[in-house]
Design a protein around this ligand. Sequence first.
Ligand code: NBP
Length: 471
Amino acid sequence: MSDTPRIGLTGLAVMGQNLARNIARHGFPIAVHNRTVEKTREFVDAFGGSEPLIFTESDADFVAAIAPPRAIIIMVKAGQPVDDVIAKLKPFLSKGDLLIDGGNSHYTDTERRIRELTAEGFNFLGTGVSGGEEGALNGPSIMPGGPKEGYDYIADILTAISAQVDGVPCSTYIGEGGSGHYVKMVHNGIEYADMQLIAEAYDLLKNAVGLSNEEIGGVFDDWNAGDLDSFLIQITAQIFKTKDTETGEGYLVDRVLDKAGQKGTGKWVSQSALDLGSPVTAITEAVFARFLSALKDQRVAASSILTGPSGTHSGDKTQFIADIRNALYASKIVAYAQGFDQMKLAAAEFGWNLHFGDLATIWRGGCIIRARFLDRIKDAYADNPDLANLMLAPYFNEALKAAQPSWRKVISEAVNLGVPTPAFSSSLAYYDGYRRANLPANLIQAQRDLFGAHTYERNDRPGTFHSAWGE
Ligand code: NBP
């Protein structure tokens, strides 16, 4: 292998640094660059001795250090910074060079950039990278989308640096256009739902069952040994065992302010869902729950004004903990079913040929939602690639059936005890709505026709009708 790299990376914050090191460690020399040059210098000083990282200073130096056709990863803050970087690099690029945006860009920006850069003779991939800083360094889940020839040029590197599960890389070509970033966005949305569901289970374990942090950590450890086995459950168990070293008293989780932050990818899923007509209720409830959490001052004031029930579960606590686990699992199945359904609607709308089993496969390692459960999703799509909804696959149908009594009991008890469970509840409502051959939407159609002459269809004959209601 020549020492002149065929790849470079610009944007040396936490993700860029770790991804560059991952690439270098796999034997691909890489030119590195950052807007603030000092950061590049510090980075190469720290790691360039043992890893083939090539220091570059200006945009021109950076591009010149890479052998054409160049592959350049852009790992900067999503939005305008990506366009700024492209504009600065463009004068030095050659036709046929490939730019790879590895940040969390909105898929519509990616579609625009592909259009613009393709017209100018460049290649562009919008590539979702999941797994946070640890994943970027040791093997992320990678979701590249855009022109296939761009992917083919970089496939060897992406495949080598991704996480591997059972010898299978957690990276594959997703599809045309902005599909890579779309799929990464839905991945993040599912992550929001998963985290909210776990938080609701925590609320119930703490406030309805009355468990201590140590006990809650033990419950999550137990759950991690079964079907719920996943990165998020595992780190949750870890959180409940962490003491507060700042004060030397109690547990750190109790000192964390209960205002959830966000960077917007969950909100983007819900916005896209509204455009597509996708009932992605669990992700959207998770986004709303974060908004509600942010109203801390109002909540504190309301807590002494608004009344409601409180208290703990009076029945068998061990059984109720098992019920919470079942409710969590059932709700999680619904959240994933909704996420996959939204990707199906998006694929049809935007003309992407998405392979849903492959998506489950590349999310099994490296990423935040990695879970044993994804093997089941992979199998479900292998058995039936045209599955209308994940809940209909035999394994998930059986799992929902088995969990159902617990699911209903937990939500009823949460309502009685005044513990908010928006994602648990909306997931069950979605399940109940989806399994109903008849919904009360006939009344909505009648109302629309009465007040707005919007017309309606009949269920006994074809055609469009308008009636004089009440006459
Ligand atoms: P940040 O999102 O914090 O971005 C910081 C980087 O962007 C720095 O290198 C900074 O250069 C550069 N930058 C900015 Br800000 N504006 C710029 C501009 N106008 N021109 C050139 N460079 C500019 O970094 P990150 O947390 O490493 O994330 C990188 C991308 O990966 C983001 O899109 C993020 O959403 C995505 N992502 C992050 C994670 C995570 O766990 N953090 C996980 C998955 C995906 P400077 O040093 O000169 O200021």
